[in-house]
Design a protein around this ligand. Structure first.
Ligand code: NAP
Length: 291
């Protein structure tokens, strides 16, 4: 068996590679990346490291050769990554890869206003049309990404948001990696053509997040709901370019409009252990939360 992980030098790629290497012999693991030199530690442990860049489809046939199960990690080129993902899917099909797991995002329906939705929807469509056996791991927003915003809230006492009364079950990146590793190694009983919502244990509103920040930091933190325009103004006043601020505001809108509000049991059913809570992630990053 040969397991291939794309984008293996990223945060999720590295964590998944660690977990896969804990379970299968390194000789069965292939890690692809644009930066092979960054994976010399894994190469030293016996994994094969191959150069692959989705922007250079000529690199992909060799990179994916012999792969039986492949984790396609979505790239960070939001808005322009569908051709990258299509190139990877075509190369996987041409290389005879038996199974592809793709790191998607919750509820990628046309109406979901989050800026990342169209990329994931179109990539899932490309997988559906490819003839490959595949599954989508639809990751919720990472709990770790709430730490910088949380630190700002602890420093000011105000967690400013445009999420309204919406909720989301933030998921730790370690649990996303654990779910992917379980699918890749065949430990998980996963169904082809199915999408799994990879979420934390419970949907939380921003009042809950503010309360957690207060408890973990020992400071007073209040959630302050604003509308999209005021939220964008706050971000641009803090120095963010307006297009980036508007893109970020789409996440709060998607939460507010209820597109991301469900928690699922998929992490536990795939990995055999319950997902970490946002409190656990905040506690693990307590030092970063305190000014
Ligand atoms: N759920 C969430 O809250 C959330 C938040 C942020 C991002 N994401 C998505 O989840 C993915 C993994 O998260 P992460 O934390 O590991 O992100 P990250 O550390 O920023 O990693 C970026 C990833 O994109 C890959 N990549 C970029 N350009 C590529 C190209 N031309 N060809 C092949 N791969 C390319 C990188 O691979 P190499 O550098 O190894 O080539 C790397 O795996 C992100 O890329 C993004 O799509 C999800």
């Amino acid at each position: 068996m040969s397991i291939i992980i794309t984008g293996a030098s990223g945060h999720l790629g590295r964590s998944t590679a660690e977990m896969v290497l804990d379970r299968v012999p390194a000789s069965e693991v292939v890690l692809t990346t644009r930066h092979p030199e960054e994976l010399s530690d894994f190469a030293g442990r016996g994994a094969e490291v191959r150069r692959a860049d989705f922007d250079r489809p000529d690199t992909l046939a060799g990179a994916f050769a012999g792969g039986e199960r492949l984790l396609l990690i979505s790239t960070d080129a939001v808005g322009s990554r569908v051709p990258q993902h299509r190139a990877a899917i075509e190369a996987a099909r041409d290389a005879g890869v038996g199974h592809v797991a793709y790191t998607s995002y919750l509820n990628p329906v046309a109406e979901n206003p989050a800026v990342v939705t169209p990329d994931h929807r179109e990539t899932e469509e490309a997988l559906r049309e490819s003839g490959l056996a595949w599954i989508a791991l639809r990751n919720a927003f990472y709990a770790e990404y709430q730490v910088p915003a949380g630190a700002q809230a602890v420093a000011t006492g105000r967690l400013v948001h445009n999420n309204g009364d919406g909720r989301i079950a933030y998921v730790s990146r370690e649990d996303c990696a654990a779910a992917a590793a379980a699918v890749l190694t065949g430990e998980a009983d996963s169904d082809e053509g199915k999408a799994y919502d990879i979420t934390g244990p419970e949907p939380l509103g921003q009042d809950d997040v503010a309360a957690l920040l207060g408890e973990v930091s020992g400071r007073t933190v209040e959630a302050v709901a604003v509308d999209d325009e005021a939220f964008v103004e706050g971000l641009t006043a803090a120095g963010l370019p307006e297009p980036a601020a508007r893109a970020i505001a789409t996440y709060g809108r998607a939460i507010r409009e209820g597109y991301l509000g469900e928690a699922s049991g998929a992490v536990e059913s795939l990995t055999g252990r319950p997902p970490r809570s946002l409190r656990e992630v905040f506690e693990a990053h307590r030092g970063e939360l305190l000014p």
